[in-house]
Design a binder for this molecule. Structure first.
Ligand code: ADP
Ligand code: MG
Length: 961
């Protein structure tokens, strides 16, 4: 007995204790719902009741205060709308639900910001309406997160009947919706949508150039349906918005040629420390001449100027065989700290391409990351978070430590009577699949419906082929069309139905049993493989036995399965061979099933560590993101306010900030080059150079006086005044509106482009620190330290760029409208990695640990395989004769016939053999965990990166194991 179990014995099961606290509240809700005050409410009264609650909240009541009455009102509304119906495609929803007590209980758990574990078919769709209603009364907007667009649409429509009766507005954020439609959806009391849509909208909002282009309100409360899929499975791939790869690489070549004609200190200045080169006014003029344009900033746009400067950097700063080497037509970076070659790594933001152009090697296109966030960090932005699923308990610790979500297991409405059988274990994959097909055929003949779960589309197809050969009619689902599949899955409980599905197919649709199926034993689930996470297995099992229905489930395992091979499957396989176990004779034993489960548990723990690791790293970035996004949002709001109170004579909302940045720039110069008491030690030449890089005329204006200072505070005041007055006099030449527009565009652009570079740099830093792990330093601490430094640098760079751009850009030719329009169009041309995230979920069948060793199922034509080998009698003592209808001596209670071929002899499982299986499983399990943690570590998280980067991954150790 584990320590936890002993403690539970002493203190009582914590889950039971929690439920005990909540039951009285459930009874109060029920009593209230049955009270005259609530019972007398008619349909017309419901919206009034809602208004009354809203008024009480305005007067200071909390949602907790209103819980009993609000929940009771929802229950009453359910009673009142009974019999009304609505349609979605071919489906008709007729309202026939009034919450059960356990559903009220689940609703309370959700309201309290926890996870309600409620089995499939317990009616979670309805459960969440109670806390949704209660919390929507605050007017802050409640989000319900579903795993796909179809479910968002379905639930919004279906539960919409209820919300509408109560007087709440409902919206959906679906993939195809436009910006105004999204804004409207988010303005609703309740918003349904997928995690992807919510997350990407958040990122897009933080790239918007005006509050008018934003769609979300502050994130208040979200209930995540199928919370494990979204917060565990999908959390391995972060959300990424990127700009498609540039179509042409020609311009890199062109700029690379042109910058060779520029001269240092005439056309550009170098800053060796920051490793940048900036064009002087003369340099800009020269480039304009070479390119034949009047003004590169307006004619070519910021992006192009950026590319020119990168070409200049490549030319003037980066040195072959010092910073990089050229090998096999590729530029390979030399790590500046270790001197190590870093194949596969690339400099960000066009610099790598610029170097490639300069060296005359093929230029590789790449897409640019504009914004990214992990689901973990997106969902932690909500003031309150809750989740529901049939399978959370196994991942309880993860929810608790990452999201502060506790998992409360809600009892089922009816007792669960499904029969979960022991695993059936075969020597080969082939034999296993044939057995599954055979059993499915047998069940089909009796009329009992069968749902076969596979871990991948390919495996589904293999099985479909087998069933076809046996002429067994069946349906195959692979999570491609959610709506159509929902229809098919809904039919999977009809007599004689055989359905093959991958894990994700038809999720969220419960399987109701057809007529007479209860007497046939209910739905039979056949799992064709054990997943590395028990949770995924439980999801499949949970499809059967809903609301007290009968049902059965069994998993089929072979020694060649990925999971088994990791845990000594090969040894077991040869042992089975030595014992002459025929291919088609399975082992079935609870003890083996339990060992498999404990192996799964260990892998789960390891995968959790990996995800926690991902979060720890992302937390560093998260702080940076928070600061940048907050700053950006404040700017947008200020712009908005000044727009609303627009008076032509007033200066722009950002003008004061710009002046502040100018003063900051002056401070930097003094702090860096004139900090000493003794003015002899100052580096006035350097200051002069910086000034002339800012604008040659500034340097000119300063010239005589610059060397005359003794006191650096006086110098500071002088420089501040110099920059500010220079800028102010420039502004005076233009319309206030134009200045305001210039300040707006330059500020936002500087924040955005530098923030994007920072994202890239932090990604590179992550790889770098993976190396430092070998130098006995904690990579995470290293990452935090260097990340902090990079972030400070980022802030400084942003301000410096704002200052430089504003001093240099010619406002007269500034086309503000065009800029804004361009900025918005740029945003619309972006792409997301939504497909990759969805693939992650569809692939939960084979998690990341086993993926690496995975081999495809290769099946021979079943007809060509010979009859099973007979068991030889000289097999060990353990083998004795057992009649085929006798119960199997392994203790499963199953007749040996059911899974064996008529002609083959029976096989008795020897206890010693079993014990050795279990011990091999558990010993190789711990060995596996020790040895392979390294290579299997950050695998999936890194999937978004270029494949060349794989190399760093393979020797980045998991630090916390
Ligand atoms: P889950 O999401 O928990 O798997 P669903 O919300 O899809 O379950 O509901 C499963 C089925 O149970 C639906 O067909 C629904 O109509 C039905 N159901 C849920 N709650 C009730 C109820 N209180 N009374 C009657 N039927 C209900
Ligand atoms: Mg559901």
């Amino acid at each position: 007995m584990s320590v936890i179990d002993t403690l539970n014995k002493l203190l009582g099961d914590p889950n039971e204790r929690e439920l005990k606290k909540l039951w009285p509240l459930v009874r109060s809700v029920r009593a209230m719902a049955e009270s005259d005050a609530i019972q007398k409410l008619q349909l017309d009264d419901l919206p009034k009741k809602t208004k009354e609650f809203q008024a009480r909240i305005t007067e200071g009541a909390t949602t907790d205060d209103l819980l009993i009455e609000a929940f009771a009102t929802v229950i009453r509304a359910c009673e009142l709308i009974r019999g009304t119906s609505t349609t979605l495609g071919k489906q008709t929803f007729t309202w026939d639900m009034v919450p059960f007590d356990v559903q009220i209980l689940g609703g309370i758990v959700l309201h309290q910001g926890n996870i309600a574990e409620m089995k499939t078919g317990e009616g979670k769709t309805l459960v969440c309406t109670m806390p949704v209603y209660l919390n929507a009364l605050t007017g802050k907007g409640v989000h319900v997160v579903t795993v796909n667009d179809y479910l968002a649409k379905r639930d919004a429509l279906w539960m919409g009947m209820l919300y509408q009766a109560l007087g709440l507005s409902v919206g959906t954020v679906l993939h195809e919706k436009t910006t105004p439609e999204r804004r409207e959806a988010y303005a609703s009391d309740v918003t349904y949508g997928t995690n992807n849509e919510f997350g990407f909208d958040y990122l897009r909002d933080n790239m918007a150039i005006s509050v008018h282009n934003q769609v979300q309100r502050p994130l208040y409360y979200s209930i995540v349906d199928e919370v494990d899929s979204i917060l565990v499975d999908e959390a391995r791939t972060p959300l990424i918005i990127s700009q498609p790869a540039e179509e042409s690489t020609e311009k890199y070549m062109r700029y690379s040629q042109l910058v060779k004609q520029l001269t240092e200190n005439v056309h550009y200045n170098k800053d060796e420390k920051q490793r940048v080169a900036t064009l002087t006014e003369e340099g800009i003029a020269k480039m304009e001449e070479l390119l034949g344009v009047e003004n590169i900033y307006t004619d070519k746009g910021f992006e192009e100027v950026h590319h020119i400067e990168q070409a200049l950097r490549a030319h003037a700063i980066y040195e072959r065989d010092v910073d990089y080497v050229v090998r096999d037509g590729e530029i390979i970076i030399v790590d500046e700290f270790t001197g190590r070659l870093m194949p596969g790594r690339r400099y960000g933001h066009g610099l790598h391409q610029a170097i490639e152009a300069q060296e005359g090697v093929p230029i590789q296109r790449e897409s640019k990351t504009l914004a990214t966030i992990t689901f973990q960090n997106y969902f932690r932005l909500y003031e309150k978070l809750a989740g529901m699923t049939g399978t959370a308990k196994t991942e309880e610790e993860e929810f608790e430590s990452i999201y502060r979500l506790r998992t409360i297991v809600i009892p089922t409405n009816q007792p669960m009577v499904r029969n979960d059988k022991a695993d059936s274990i075969y020597r080969t994959v082939e034999a296993k699949f044939k057995a599954v097909a055979k059993i499915a055929g047998e069940k089909h003949e009796t009329g009992q419906p069968v749902l076969v779960g596979t871990t991948s589309i390919e495996k589904s197809e293999v099985l479909a082929l087998l069933l076809e050969q046996e002429k067994i009619p069946h349906q195959v689902l692979n999570a491609k069309n959610h709506e159509r599949e929902a229809d098919i899955v809904a039919q999977a409980g009809q007599a004689g139905a055989v359905t093959i599905a991958t894990n994700m197919a038809g999720r969220g649709t419960d399987i109701k049993l057809g007529e007479g199926v209860v007497d046939l034993g209910g739905l039979c689930i056949l799992g064709t493989e054990r997943h590395e996470a028990r949770r995924i297995d439980n999801q499949l099992r949970g499809r059967s036995g809903r609301q007290g229905d009968p049902g059965e489930s069994q998993f089929f395992v072979s020694m060649e399965d990925d999971l088994m091979r990791l845990f000594g499957g090969d040894r077991l396989k040869s042992m089975m061979e030595r014992l002459h176990v025929p291919d088609d004779v399975p082992l079935e034993n609870k003890m083996v099933s339990r060992s498999i489960e404990s192996a799964q548990k260990k892998v789960e723990g390891r995968n959790f560590d990996t995800r926690r690791h991902v979060v720890q790293y992302d937390d560093v970035m998260n702080k940076h993101r928070e600061i940048i996004y907050t700053r950006r949002q404040k700017i947008l709001q200020r712009l908005q306010e000044s727009e609303e109170s627009a008076q032509d004579s007033e200066e722009g909302a950002l003008h004061a900030d710009v002046l502040q940045a100018l003063r900051g720039e002056a401070n930097m110069m003094v702090d860096a080059h004139a900090a000493q008491e003794d003015s002899e030690e100052w580096n006035i030449t350097e200051i002069r150079e910086i000034l002339s890089a800012l604008h040659p005329q500034v340097a000119k204006a300063a010239d005589e006086r610059l060397s005359g200072f003794q006191d650096n505070e006086k110098l500071r005041a002088f420089l501040q005044e110099l920059l500010v007055s220079f800028y102010e006099s420039k502004c005076l030449q233009f319309d206030v509106q134009i200045v305001a527009q210039a300040e707006r565009v330059v500020t936002l652009r500087s924040i955005d482009t530098n923030w994007m570079s920072h994202i890239d740099e932090m990604a590179h830093l992550r790889e770098q620190v993976a190396f430092s792990g070998f130098a006995q330093r904690d990579p995470l601490i290293e990452y935090k330290d260097q990340g902090f430094r990079k972030f400070r640098q980022l802030i400084a760079t942003i301000d410096a760029e704002i200052v430089r751009m504003l001093l240099q850009i010619d406002f007269a030719q500034f086309a503000p409208r065009a800029f804004l329009q361009q900025a918005q169009e740029d945003l619309e041309g972006t792409q997301t990695n939504v497909n990759e995230i969805e693939a992650e979920l569809a692939q939960t069948g084979v998690g990341n640990a086993v993926k690496q060793g995975a081999n495809p199922v290769i099946m021979r034509d079943p007809k060509q395989t010979g009859a099973p080998r007979a068991i030889t009698t000289q097999a060990p003592r353990a083998v004795s004769k057992v009649g085929r209808n006798d119960p199997c001596p392994c203790g499963s209670g199953k007749s040996t016939k059911s899974a064996t071929d008529e002609k083959s002899s029976s096989f008795v499982v020897n206890n010693i053999f079993l014990l050795s299986i279990c011990s091999i499983l558990s010993s190789s399990c711990s060995k596996f965990l020790r040895s392979s943690a390294t290579t299997l570590s950050l695998s999936s998280w890194h999937k978004t990166e270029k494949p060349e980067m794989l190399f760093t991954r393979t020797f980045s150790p998991v630090q916390d194991t």
